[in-house]
Design a protein around this ligand. Structure first.
Ligand SMILES: [Zn+2]
Length: 270
């Protein structure tokens, strides 16, 4: 494993911050099992993301004037037609996040290929050719990893072997890995469901973890990826937490808020 070198961040920034949002909607639940088809309340918790939470997130990003990366399952793009236009018109990046958010490790190679191709087709309806991929549920199989280069992806954001960007092999090609981590993701703290349980953690503690990770990234001068879901971070009290985190980042350092593609474009290959 080789970490990726960067010549530096624009305008003398001391850290590159990628705010990323997985607009999962109903896809993870419908993909998990047929029983979810009649669980309207559970599905509506997913719908809150594209219907309501996303708008809060977009407003926050607009208020701060920062870009972000949105990983959108094809199912969300197909069933919530306002989602991609809203993200794209605001100038943000869209990445691939499967079609029905199916766990790659539980599918045959052919089914993994279909999930990628259906996702690409759904995004293509909005003229999006995604440069990046994030595996649904954050599990990446060897087969899907091996296909990403052939499908034209330049980077992935599914693995966690380092907290600095690093290179992975995808078939014959090198792929930039932009690692996230569950500790700087909203879901383990706030993603409670009646069927999986969860924490519904105190945002104050999470806020401190996220700021400490930011300070660590500043010390290292590295890129850091935060991962969020509009159905979680888009709840009113959590959008307020994110607002405090971004304000604190701006107060404490000189962050460069960037999309994953903007960061990937600065990686030195040789
Ligand atoms: Zn997801």
């Amino acid at each position: 494993m080789a970490t990726a070198d960067f010549a530096g961040w624009p305008d003398g920034a001391d850290v590159a911050v990628a705010l990323t949002f997985d607009v999962d909607g109903e896809a993870p639940w419908l993909g998990e099992g047929k029983e979810y088809e009649r669980r309207l309340s559970m599905r509506s918790m997913g719908s809150f993301g594209p219907e309501r939470g996303l708008l809060r997130v977009l407003k926050l990003l607009s208020d701060f004037g920062v870009p972000a990366t949105f990983y959108v399952p094809g199912h969300t793009a197909d069933n919530y037609p306002s989602v991609l236009p809203a993200i794209l018109e605001a100038g943000h990046e869209v990445g691939h996040h499967g079609y029905l958010h199916l766990g790659t490790d539980e599918l045959s190679a052919d089914a993994q290929r279909a999930e990628i191709e259906q996702g690409l087709a759904a995004l293509a309806k909005y003229d999006v050719t995604p440069a990046g991929y994030r595996s649904p549920g954050w599990e990446l199989s060897p087969e899907t990893l091996g296909m990403l280069g052939d499908y034209g992806f330049a980077y992935d954001s599914s693995l966690m072997a380092d907290d600095r960007p690093y290179w992975v092999r995808s078939g014959e090609q090198s792929l930039l890995e932009l690692p996230g981590h569950w500790s700087i993701c909203d879901w383990p703290y706030f993603g409670w469901t009646p069927y999986h349980g969860g924490l519904l953690a105190d945002p104050a503690g999470v806020e401190q973890i996220w700021i400490d990770e930011y300070e660590s990234a500043r010390d290292d001068g590295r890129a850091i990826t935060y991962t969020m879901h509009p159905e979680a971070i888009g709840r009113g009290y959590l959008t307020r937490m994110l607002e405090r985190v971004v304000s604190e980042m701006l107060d404490r350092g000189k962050p460069w808020f960037a999309t994953h593609s903007q960061i990937a474009a600065l990686a030195l290959t040789g």
